[in-house]
Design a protein around this ligand. Structure first.
Ligand code: IPE
Ligand code: IPE
Ligand code: MG
Length: 245
């Protein structure tokens, strides 16, 4: 790790927004109150990322495994998604945010699916920040569906072709991957794309993750030396001007 703030602001930040349930339980509130507060934290984070020049923000909102939660919580989360979409889209447009949903849509109800498609269509022309919302998403699902797509087309499976068939294709890999809520695991988030992401685990519960916490995470990221398998000397070497022949 080098000490100078040499790296630029991350181009792409990914976040596992964890800790909503505990935030609510500590206040003796139902878990859904934590998820509602989580929407507020996301709005704040989206605006802060746009202001700081982050180009892509990818957030984990609902995992393939979250269907296993109590039915009341799952229904509450689906209703909250629909409500948040209808309420937030005008502000997202004002802030220049384009929304894209990443995940398995086929198993969602047509009502939910239409909500996602409408939000994507309404924000499609915005270009200040791309917000990828991973909903009914799992990293293993994404790798498997990409491989199945290539197999169905009879195309060879290479790193490049798999990458292009992923649900999150078209954007560079996350530079910084943050998980709030204190757990130090990926929980099936961006398994393929996080190969060289800088990881940052915050003890703050997601509803408490504010601008100052984002700034601290970005400042920490900027002290990291990203080597991508090379040596520190190679990374630090300033390319010498080529000598005339
Ligand atoms: C993350 O918060 C949001 C979702 C998984 C939908 P949690 O609901 O997992 O919050 P904790 O981890 O129980 O506190
Ligand atoms: C990961 O959090 C999924 C989301 C934040 C949407 P979980 O709360 O589901 O993860 P585990 O169960 O603690 O690993
Ligand atoms: Mg959790």
């Amino acid at each position: 790790m080098s000490t100078a703030l040499s790296a630029p602001v991350p181009h792409h930040i990914a976040i596992v927004m964890d800790g909503n349930g505990r935030w609510a339980q500590r206040r003796f509130l139902p878990r859904l109150a934590g998820h509602k507060q989580g929407v507020t934290a996301l709005r704040r984070c989206v605006q802060a990322c746009a202001q700081r020049g982050v180009a892509v923000l990818t957030v984990f909102a609902f995992s393939s495994e979250n269907w296993g939660r109590p039915a009341e919580e799952v229904t509450g989360l689906l209703d909250l998604l629909a409500l948040a979409l209808s309420r937030e889209v005008p502000q997202l447009c004002k802030d220049g945010v384009r929304v894209r949903f990443i995940g398995d849509r086929v198993s969602l109800s047509s009502r939910v699916r239409q909500g996602l498609e409408q939000a994507e269509a309404t924000t499609a022309h915005n270009s200040r920040l791309l917000l990828n919302i991973c909903f009914n998403y799992g990293g293993r699902w994404d790798i498997a569906q990409a491989a199945a797509t290539l197999a169905a087309r009879g195309e060879p499976i290479t790193e490049a072709s798999l990458n292009a068939a992923m649900a999150l294709s078209g954007v560079s890999d996350p530079d910084l991957l943050i998980r709030t809520g204190g757990e130090m695991r990926l929980s099936n988030f961006l398994l393929w794309q996080s190969a060289y992401s800088e990881l940052l685990f915050s003890d703050k519960l997601w509803p408490d993750f504010d601008e100052a916490a984002l700034d601290a995470a970005i400042a920490d990221y900027r002290t990291r030396e990203r080597r991508f398998g090379k040596t520190s000397e190679q990374v630090l070497a300033v390319p010498s001007p080529s000598l005339p022949a």
